[in-house]
Ligand binder design. Structure first.
Ligand SMILES: Cc1cc2nc3c(=O)[nH]c(=O)nc-3n(C[C@H](O)[C@H](O)[C@H](O)COP(=O)(O)OP(=O)(O)OC[C@H]3O[C@@H](n4cnc5c(N)ncnc54)[C@H](O)[C@@H]3O)c2cc1C
Length: 389
């Protein structure tokens, strides 16, 4: 497990962990592992499990990324997420996700770092082919003596922040084919009691997947592919007070769910005529659709809602420029944009064509999630380069 994770989360090619893994597996087993990781998750479930439950667990886990049950590589992703869940659980920081950021900031400040919030970077300043700093929206130039680690999406970095004359035409051409992951619609709820799940095991789980079987997931992914707002949204549902009692007063529940919708909506597979305008009426209708879905598995859920907050795709984007349309993974997790294809063919590493500039966001290998690997990889690459000079 350690070697597989090492191989997946370090910059490409993963030399040390890759060699260890190769030594452990004889060549033939290595090929079988590669085949397993490339399988569509429906096929993986059918090959390995006789019952529906494990197949559904794997397929729901694959849909933490934009990988439907028939997508190549969804088997590997579903297996990875399930393996992490089985081994470590899906941990959450006590007190809220902000605690994770606060811990990182404390560490930065202990080492003399300074964090400035609310200042938009509008340009990476390049001189002599080298990144020498950034410019903010207020016009201030902030020098960088060592490196610039850009925690922005690949399209934002290469089409807005770095002037095109510093970049190879081939990269800009490749970027035209950059694919975002699905758009996202999220609802946060305050509940006056626990979610009344009919399935007992769901009452103690921090994260619950809501779907009508693997076929339901295929239908959901197909509707998004066809540009339709799914009529039966697949929900990733978090019951945060169950996972961490500090999140809300005793006896209540802080819950959320998100689902995916197309970026460009051509029609509504449901009855509400959603167009992607996402005005108040459309947002309320989508949230009602999601609540209706929860009601199927937890009758009485809606009667426990005391407040709700809606986060439509444009709202999510307005809160964080790295989430265009609520794309949460910095670009698709599909096989054609992973590893050496991430974010464009031939890279797979945090280095960019500009010396001293590193891509440190989820657009870089190994992609989205709160694992911090793209940032850690970028920092290590910058430090290694510094040591070599
Ligand atoms: C609703 C939702 C639920 C999720 N659930 C999970 C989950 O359960 N588990 C999990 O592992 N992952 C989850 N994710 C995914 C995960 O949060 C992201 O993949 C990850 O945070 C991306 O990291 P990042 O560093 O690329 O970007 P971000 O974490 O978005 O950080 C980028 C930061 O840079 C700032 N920024 C952007 N552009 C500029 C600029 N020009 N100038 C200055 N600042 C700028 C942004 O405001 C932001 O603060 C979720 C995401 C969302 C939206």
């Amino acid at each position: 497990r350690r070697d597989v994770l090492g191989a997946l989360f370090t910059p490409f090619p993963p030399v040390r962990s890759g060699l260890r893994l190769a030594a452990r597996l004889r060549a033939a087993d290595g090929l079988r592992l590669a085949r397993t990781l490339l399988l569509p998750v429906r096929r993986l479930g059918e090959e390995r499990f006789g019952g529906e439950a494990a197949r559904l667990l794997l397929a729901g886990s694959a849909l933490h990324a934009d990988l439907g049950p028939e997508a190549a590589g969804s088997g590997g992703f579903g297996w990875l997420m399930s393996m992490l869940g089985q081994t470590y659980g899906f941990p959450v920081p006590v007190g809220g996700a902000g605690a994770l950021t606060a811990a990182l900031v404390r560490r930065l400040e202990r080492h003399g770092g300074v964090l400035r919030c609310g200042e938009r970077v509008t340009e990476v300043v390049v001189r002599g082919g080298r990144a020498v700093g950034v410019r903010t929206a207020k016009g201030e130039a902030v020098p960088a003596s060592r490196a610039v680690l850009a925690d922005v999406s690949a399209p934002a970095l290469y089409t807005r922040l770095v002037d095109a004359r510093h970049l190879p035409g081939r990269l800009l051409e490749d970027l035209r084919r950059f694919q975002w992951d699905f758009a996202t619609f999220k609802v946060d709820w305050a509940l006056n009691g626990p979610v009344p799940w009919t399935a007992r095991p769901a009452t103690t789980a921090g994260t619950v997947h809501l779907a009508e079987g693997v076929d339901g997931l295929t239908r959901f992914a197909a509707q998004i592919a066809m540009g339709q707002v799914p009529d039966r949204p697949f929900l990733l549902f978090g019951q945060m007070s169950t996972a961490d009692a500090t999140r809300s007063p005793a006896g209540t529940e802080a819950a959320w769910a998100y689902t995916h919708v197309p970026h460009r909506i051509k029609g509504d597979a449901g009855d509400d005529g959603l167009t992607g305008r996402w005005d108040r009426g459309e947002q309320e209708a989508m949230a009602d659709r999601m609540e209706h879905e929860v009601e199927r598995w937890a009758p009485g859920f809606r009667s426990r809602i005391t407040a709700r907050r809606l986060l439509a795709p444009p709202t999510i984007e307005s809160m964080d420029a790295n989430l265009p349309g609520g794309a949460i993974n910095g670009g698709t997790a599909s096989a054609h944009q992973q590893l050496v294809f991430r974010p464009t063919p031939g890279t797979g590493r945090p280095e960019t064509p500009v010396k001293g500039l590193y891509l440190a966001s989820a657009s870089a290998h190994p992609g989205g999630g709160v694992h911090g690997a793209p940032g850690a990889n970028a920092a290590r690459a910058a430090m290694r380069r510094r040591l070599r000079r």
